[in-house]
Write a protein that binds this ligand. Structure first.
Ligand code: NAP
Ligand code: GLV
Length: 310
C-alpha cells in the first residue's frame, strides 16, 4: 500500500517519515511534493498540502490530517465527496491547549504583567486580590479542545460558559448553543477564548459587533484560526479600551509578516501557532491505527463532514 506524505513541516519531515515508516512497515510512505512523479496512491497523510495534491494525484480517496483543523483541506482543488477526510482527534493537543489558555487567562486575571514590571523597578507592589466573579470566561467551540479548556478553567473556579452548535452538558460549564444564543453568551463573558473550526459560518466571528457585546475590559484569546478575527476591529476595540488585551496564536497570514501592526502592539501577545502542537508519537500511533482501519474497511473515527466544514 502506497501512502503519500505531504506536510509542510519542512524542518522535521524526516523525523515524521521515519516515525510513519516504523509504525506502518507494511506500507510504502512516499515523501511528496509538486515535483514527485504521479504515484497513484489512494491515501495521503497531510498538513496544509500543496493545492495541486488532489489534481496531480486523482486516485486519492482518503486524507488523514495531521491536525484538528481541516479548513486547509476543504478548500483543496479537486476535492469531492469521494475523498474522505479524517481529522486528528486530540492526540495530546487538548492538554496543551488547556495549559496555553490557562496561562494567558491567569496572566490577565491575576495581573502578572504588573509584577514583572514591578520587579524591574525592585518594587514590592501588591494588587487587590482576584475576584473571580469579575472574570467570567466564554469558550467558543466545545469540541475536543474547547471542552477540555472549559473543564480545566471551571476547575479553577472561574465562571465558565461555552458556545457550540449543539447543547452540551459539561460539569461547571454553562452551555449556550447556536446563533440564537450567541448574543447572550457574549454578554456574560469577559475573557473570550476562540477554539472554533474555521468554516463559512464562523469566519470573521471575532468582529466589532460581537466583541463589543463582551463585558468591558474584555480579553481575547484566539487559538482557532486567523480567519476568525477581523484584525482592524480588534485594534479599534483596544484603542477605545473596551478590549483590554489579546493573546493571538493564529493569523490570517502565517508566519505573521514583519511590520504587521500586531507585532509591536503593547496590548497584544503573539505566539507562532504553537498553542497545541501535533506530537510525534501520539500522532503517528493514532494515524497508523486510523489508516489500518480504513484499509481493512473498518469504521474510522474522526471523519469530517464536508458540508458542515469540521
Ligand atoms: P472539534 O472537536 O471539531 O470541535 C469544534 C467545536 O466547534 C464543536 O463544539 C462545534 O459544535 C463547534 N462549532 C463548529 N461550528 C460552530 C458554529 N457555527 N457555531 C457554534 N459552534 C460551532 O474541533 P477541535 O478538535 O476542538 O478543534 C477546534 C479548532 O481548534 C480546530 O478546527 C483548529 O482550527 C483549532 N486548533 C488550533 C490549534 C492551535 O495550535 N492553535 C491546535 C488545534 C486546533 P458541536 O460540538 O455542537 O458540533
Ligand atoms: C492546529 O492548528 C490544528 O488544527 O491541529
Amino acid at each position: 500500500m502506497k501512502i503519500i506524505f505531504a506536510a509542510n513541516f519542512s524542518q522535521t519531515s524526516n523525523e515524521w517519515l521515519d516515525a510513519l515508516r516504523n509504525a506502518m512497515p507494511e506500507c510504502e510512505i512516499i515523501a511528496w511534493d509538486e515535483s514527485t512523479p504521479r504515484t497513484d496512491a489512494e491515501i495521503a497523510v497531510v498538513w496544509s498540502p500543496s493545492p495541486s495534491l488532489l489534481v496531480r494525484e486523482p486516485n486519492i480517496r482518503a486524507l488523514f490530517n495531521m491536525g484538528a483543523g481541516v479548513d486547509a483541506l476543504l478548500s483543496l482543488p479537486g476535492l469531492s465527496d469521494k475523498v474522505s477526510i479524517y481529522r486528528l482527534e486530540d492526540a495530546g493537543m487538548s492538554a496543551q491547549m488547556a495549559e496555553y489558555v490557562v496561562y494567558y487567562l491567569v496572566r490577565a486575571s491575576r495581573g502578572f504583567d504588573h509584577f514583572e514590571r514591578a520587579q524591574q523597578q525592585e518594587k514590592w507592589d501588591k494588587t487587590p486580590d482576584i475576584q473571580r466573579d469579575q472574570w467570567p470566561v466564554g469558550v467558543m467551540g466545545l469540541g475536543l479542545m474547547g471542552a477540555k479548556v472549559a473543564e480545566v478553567i471551571a476547575s479553577l473556579d472561574y465562571p465558565v460558559a461555552g458556545w457550540s452548535n449543539t447543547q452540551k452538558n459539561i460539569p461547571g460549564v454553562e452551555s449556550f448553543a447556536g446563533v440564537g444564543q450567541l448574543k447572550q453568551f457574549l454578554q456574560r463573558s469577559r475573557v473570550l477564548v476562540n477554539i472554533l473550526p474555521l468554516t463559512s459560518e464562523t469566519s470573521g466571528i471575532l468582529n466589532f459587533e460581537n466583541m463589543s457585546l463582551l463585558i468591558s475590559g474584555a480579553y481575547i484569546i484566539n487559538v482557532g484560526r486567523g480567519g476568525h478575527l477581523v484584525e482592524d476591529d480588534l485594534i479599534r476595540l483596544l484603542e477605545v479600551g473596551h478590549v483590554s488585551g489579546a493573546t493571538l496564536d493564529v493569523f490570517r497570514q502565517e508566519p505573521l509578516p514583519q511590520g504587521h501592526q500586531f507585532w509591536s502592539h503593547p496590548k497584544i501577545n503573539i505566539t507562532p501557532h504553537i498553542a497545541a502542537a501535533t506530537l510525534l508519537n501520539q500522532t503517528t500511533q493514532q494515524l497508523s491505527n486510523k489508516i489500518r482501519d480504513f484499509v481493512h474497511g473498518k469504521h474510522v473515527t474522526g471523519q469530517v463532514r464536508h458540508g458542515r466544514g469540521y
